[in-house]
Design a protein around this ligand. Structure first.
Ligand SMILES: [Zn+2]
Length: 414
């Protein structure tokens, strides 16, 4: 109970100090300080500057990870945003960090882990949210990172090479009247496309006849996307959000260059490739029809996340033995949100357990934790029981494993 009081303050402090991805320096330091207070002999490995990996019960053949995300969202209008950076905790990642600390503290106190047949790694990963891309591109240009997402970057660095399976947790963006968790919700994957339409600038009054209007091409492209939506398979949760990213337009000049950016979200890689090709054709057709050109660039985002049935079954069994959590949302199907856990799940089996206890709109201006006792105590107790239950019920033979190189080959093929 004494620790819970401390943990509530720790959690509030994280809520008050949000940091964007690959910039979570304060959060990272705070986590390391806390780990060292709870367990002065803990070994800490650091990666990507802010990422942290530490384990309990080292040296076992089977290695399981519990993952917490360190970053927050860019949302300057959130009521508790950082006024300088615009960062805000409106995806609830800070509570993942707090839950990890609660679980760690409980394990250090009861020493249950000493009986386990596996090693449990706590991995605090930077930069889950796909944003602040100019800064990340700068890190790429400086050779500091290769991937924009924290988990693919950690995969590249070999942080998950010795891990056989992983559980992560995430807030649910709905308000519930009873203690609620969710299992088996798949996520979409996404990629990002840039279409730069190129025309020819001329005087809009004197000589529009010889101009080639890049803005008109982009309008035709947007119309083409709208009309093609009818053809998108609706089981695939296709989401496309074209925006004007760059233009240099003036009142009396035929626009000669407009860049449209759009995400493409989808539930499977095969269908994502199919729709990406379709978008390219619409762009090329729009440019061709109006006698201009288009340059196309593709940036991979995150892979679709397919949850692991075995890990979910184990989590469901423990839910059934946990009267303090009264509601389970099980397999609501796929949602069109995405996360870099999809990339990690390509390499090793992963399950994401989501938890209620929040009010307001996720990624909105009013999102906040309201049920501290559930999120910081009841839910970590459930996780403690889950990790006890894994003992004797998982083995390497039951789990798949792929390499980072196989992941890289897949990403480069899209
Ligand atoms: Zn999130």
């Amino acid at each position: 109970m004494v620790y819970l009081t401390h943990l509530k303050k720790f959690t509030q402090d994280l809520f008050d100090h949000p940091e964007l991805g690959f910039k979570e320096f304060r959060t990272s330091k705070k986590v390391i300080d806390e780990l060292k207070v709870l367990n002065p002999t803990c070994q800490i490995e650091r990666f990507s500057e802010t990422g942290i990996k530490t384990c309990l019960n080292p040296g076992k053949e089977l290695n399981i990870a519990f993952i917490a995300e360190l970053d927050s969202v860019y949302a300057p209008s959130h009521f508790n945003s950082d006024k300088e950076t615009g960062a805000a905790q409106n995806c609830g990642h800070y509570t993942q960090v707090a839950i990890a600390m609660a679980l760690y503290q409980k394990l250090i106190m009861n020493e249950d882990y000493k009986k386990w047949d596996y090693t449990l790694h706590f991995i605090f990963v930077p930069a889950e949210e796909y944003l602040d891309l100019d800064y990340r591109q700068q890190l790429v240009d400086e050779g500091k990172i290769v991937h924009f997402g924290g988990k693919p970057e950690a995969m590249r660095l070999g942080i998950f090479d010795n891990i056989d399976a992983a559980y992560c947790v995430h807030s649910i963006g709905e308000k519930f009247s009873e203690p609620t968790i969710e299992l088996n919700c798949n996520l979409a994957g996404f990629l990002y496309k840039y279409y730069t339409f190129k025309g020819k600038a001329t005087h809009a009054g004197f000589d529009p006849f010889n101009g080639v209007n890049a803005y008109s091409m982009s309008t035709l492209f947007n119309t083409g996307i709208g009309l093609s939506r009818q053809q998108f398979n609706d089981t695939q949760s296709i989401r496309i959000n074209p925006i004007i990213m760059k233009s240099d337009m003036s009142t009396n000049v035929i626009p000669n260059e407009v860049t449209i950016g759009t995400d493409l979200r989808c539930q499977s890689i095969d269908y994502m490739t199919h729709v990406a090709e379709k978008l390219d054709k619409i762009a090329q057709g729009s440019a061709y029809a109006l006698e201009g050109q288009v340059d196309i660039t593709t940036q991979m985002g995150y892979l679709p996340f397919v949850q692991n049935d075995l890990l979910n079954d184990l989590a469901r069994t423990v839910y059934e033995q946990t009267p303090a959590i009264t509601r389970l949302i099980d397999d609501r199907g796929s949602i069109a949100a995405a996360g870099d856990i999809g990339d990690l799940a390509f390499m090793i089996p992963c399950a994401q357990i989501s938890y209620g206890g929040f009010a307001g709109t996720i990624h909105g201006d009013d999102f906040q934790l309201v049920d501290e006792d559930f999120v910081l105590d009841t839910f970590p107790n459930y996780l403690l029981n889950l990790f006890n239950h894994l003992n004797g019920n998982l083995s390497k033979e039951m789990l798949y494993k792929k390499t980072y190189h196989e992941y890289k080959a897949l990403i480069e093929s899209i």
